[in-house]
Design a protein around this ligand. Structure first.
Ligand code: GH3
Ligand code: MG
Ligand code: MG
Ligand code: MG
Length: 302
C-alpha cells in the first residue's frame, strides 16, 4: 500500500556539523529530503516554512535547547503532528521521560548505529504517512471526492481571518440540486448518487487550485472562492450553473437533465469588517440560495 507518494522530508536540528554529515551519510539510501538547521531558532523557522515529516532534534544545543524547542513545536497547531526523535548523548532516564512527556516519539543515542537510526526514522515516517492519509481521508467526501463540510468550515475561518487582517475578500457559493427528490423517486437512489458524483466532478473541474469545493451534505454543495469579491464569484457561479444544466443522464429511455440553484455571498457585501463570521457568510449565501429557489430555480442569486 502506498501511504504517501510524495517524498517525505526530515529536518535535522543539531549544532554539530559532524552530526549533520553523519545523519546525511546514514540516511543516504533512504528516499528522504533532508533539511538542516544549526540552532533552535533556525529549526523552528525551517519547520514552519517546510512542514517536514520528521524532526531529528539534538538535546544539547547552546542557547535554546532541544527540550525547549520541542515544547515550542508542540504548542503550534500546524507543527504539533510532526514527530520528533531526539538525538542525545545523555542516557539519563529523567531527561528521556521528559522528552516523551513533551511529545517526542523516540530517541537515538549518540554515537548512533547506522541500521538502528535508519529503522527508527523509517518507522516514524511510516506512522506519519498513515497519519497524513487519515487526515486527508477525514476531510474528503467519499461519494463526490470533494472536500467535506468540516474542512470547508476550517478553511472558511482561515479565509475570514485574511479578510479581517488584510482585507482580502472571500466569497462563498451555496448550491442545491433542483427537485432532486423527484430524480431519486423516479429513477432510484443509485441513479441519484451518480448525479451527485458527476455534478461533483463538474464543480471540481471549474474550481481553481485556491478554491475549496465541498459537498456540504445530501445534494448540496458549497465553494469558497479565495481572494474573490461577490461580483467575481457570481461570474463563476453562472458558469457552474450553465455547465450543470448542460449535463445529460440516460435513465432507460429517458434523458434526465438536472439543474442547480446557487446562492452567492461575499465578504465585500458586509460593512462591519471585523464582525463577519463564517456562520454569517454561510447564512447570507443560504438566503441567496432560498431566493434562487423561490424565484424559479436553475438560477444564481447574489
Ligand atoms: P429543491 O429544488 O427545493 O431543492 O427540491 P429537492 O427535492 O432537491 O429538495 P429536498 O431537500 O426536499 O430533497 C433532497 C433529496 O436529496 C432528499 C434526499 O433523499 C436526497 N438525498 C440526500 N442525500 C442523498 C444521497 O447521498 N444520495 C441520493 N441519491 N440522494 C440523496
Ligand atoms: Mg549538540
Ligand atoms: Mg437540499
Ligand atoms: Mg434540492
Amino acid at each position: 500500500m502506498v501511504v504517501n507518494s510524495e517524498q517525505q522530508s526530515v529536518l535535522v536540528v543539531d549544532d554539530s556539523q559532524d552530526i549533520h554529515a553523519l545523519v546525511g551519510a546514514r540516511l543516504k539510501s533512504e528516499r528522504v529530503n533532508l533539511l538542516h538547521a544549526y540552532d533552535a531558532e533556525e529549526g523552528l523557522n525551517i519547520a514552519r516554512e517546510n512542514l517536514p515529516d520528521l524532526i531529528l532534534l539534538d538535546l544539547d544545543m547552546p542557547g535554546t535547547d532541544g527540550l525547549t524547542l520541542c515544547r515550542l513545536l508542540k504548542n503550534q497547531d500546524e507543527l504539533v503532528h510532526i514527530p520528533v526523535i531526539f538525538l542525545t548523548a545523555t542516557l539519563d532516564v529523567d531527561t528521556k521521560v521528559k522528552a516523551f512527556e513533551l511529545g517526542a516519539v523516540d530517541y537515538v543515542t549518540k554515537p548512533f548505529d547506522a541500521i538502528e537510526l535508519k529503522a527508527r526514522v523509517r518507522a516514524a515516517l511510516k506512522t506519519k504517512g498513515y497519519h497524513d492519509l487519515l487526515t486527508t481521508k477525514a476531510r474528503i467526501d467519499a461519494l463526490s471526492g470533494l472536500w467535506n463540510r468540516g474542512y470547508l468550515s476550517e478553511q472558511l475561518s482561515a479565509e475570514l481571518s485574511l479578510w479581517h487582517r488584510h482585507g482580502q475578500p472571500v466569497s462563498l457559493l451555496m448550491m442545491d440540486i433542483d427537485h432532486f427528490k423527484a430524480i431519486n423517486d423516479t429513477h432510484g437512489h443509485p441513479f441519484g448518487d451518480l448525479v451527485i458524483q458527476r455534478i461533483g466532478r463538474v464543480i471540481n473541474r471549474l474550481s481553481r487550485e485556491s478554491d475549496v469545493a465541498c459537498r456540504y451534505g445530501g445534494e448540496e454543495f458549497a465553494m469558497i472562492l479565495r481572494d474573490t469579491p461577490a461580483p467575481g464569484a457570481t461570474v463563476i457561479a453562472k458558469r457552474l450553473r450553465r455547465e450543470i444544466a448542460a449535463l445529460e443522464f440516460t435513465a432507460g429511455r429517458e434523458t434526465v437533465s438536472p439543474t442547480m440553484s446557487i446562492g452567492v455571498a461575499g465578504s465585500d457585501q458586509f460593512d462591519e469588517v471585523a464582525e463577519l463570521s463564517g456562520q454569517q457568510l454561510v447564512e447570507a449565501a443560504d438566503q441567496a440560495l432560498y431566493r434562487a429557489k423561490d424565484t424559479g430555480r436553475n438560477r444564481v442569486v447574489c
